[in-house]
Ligand binder design. Structure first.
Ligand SMILES: [Zn+2]
Length: 242
């Protein structure tokens, strides 16, 4: 401490004449440090904001995936001219005919987690028009609560996908109603055996862009569903690994 103090004192006396030059040098060094920090922060920021994009597998759509692994999320539109072959479920909703059998097998088995009752598919395939009306209704709900148009849109997006970006438009996704909440716990533990995944768990919201939906199940095939279940991956993460 003493040494340092003396040095400073001496510098003040001896180098007073050079002070301006020295101060100028320090200022330039300071500016350079600020610029450096700025770039480091910029790189960090860009990396951060890019992370969900990479994680979503949005670039992987060029890669050929089988039909049951088609990714549709807030960044990936349903394929152009998409027209699924539909079949009725429980006399009300419709799904892609290719998922009908595993879906019914799963619902039958889910009786054991649903007080013996058959869980109901309350929403299956949706047309673009249907998705649009659900989306508009959700925005209207938030507008009624006093949110601005843009706020209402942002909030609505967390619950209802923007038309063209909903898995329901594929026909591989279903919303399931049970007699009690227990059926959702049963589904979380058993759906993979039938090729279905708990698509929007709360801990994957940052990647999927969707808040937790315990009722929404998506068909991905038995092999992928088992691997995702065992490794704790959501569909976006899984597509990165194959
Ligand atoms: Zn759904």
């Amino acid at each position: 401490m003493t040494g340092k103090y003396d040095w400073n004192k001496r510098r003040k006396k001896v180098h007073r004449g050079r002070r301006n030059r020295r101060t100028g040098g320090i200022q330039i060094a300071g500016v350079l440090v600020v610029i450096l920090i700025f770039f480091v922060m910029l790189i960090g920021f860009v990396t951060n904001t890019d992370a969900p994009v990479e994680a979503s597998g949005s670039n992987r759509l060029d890669k050929e995936f089988p039909w049951y692994l088609t990714l549709v999320n807030y960044q990936n539109h349903i394929p152009e001219d998409y027209e699924p072959k539909l079949v009725e479920v429980q006399g009300k909703e419709q799904v892609d005919e290719r998922i009908y059998e595993p879906l019914m097998e799963m619902l039958e088995a889910a009786r054991e987690g649903n007080r013996g009752e058959l869980p109901l598919v309350v929403s299956g395939y949706r047309t673009a028009e249907k998705q649009q009306s659900l989306y508009d209704e959700k925005i209207a709900e938030y507008r009624k609560e006093g949110y601005s148009e843009s706020e209402a849109e942002e909030l609505a997006k967390q619950w209802v996908a923007v038309p063209g970006y909903s898995e329901h438009q594929l026909g591989f996704a279903v919303d399931i109603n049970g007699a009690s909440y227990d059926v959702y716990l049963w589904l979380q533990e058993n759906s993979y055996k039938y090729g279905f995944i708990f698509r929007y768990p709360g801990d994957k919201t940052q990647i999927t862009g969707v808040a937790e939906e315990v009722w929404h199940y998506r068909y991905v095939g038995a092999k992928a569903a088992a691997e995702m279940y065992e490794q704790g991956l959501c569909l976006e993460e899984y597509l990165e690994t194959i």
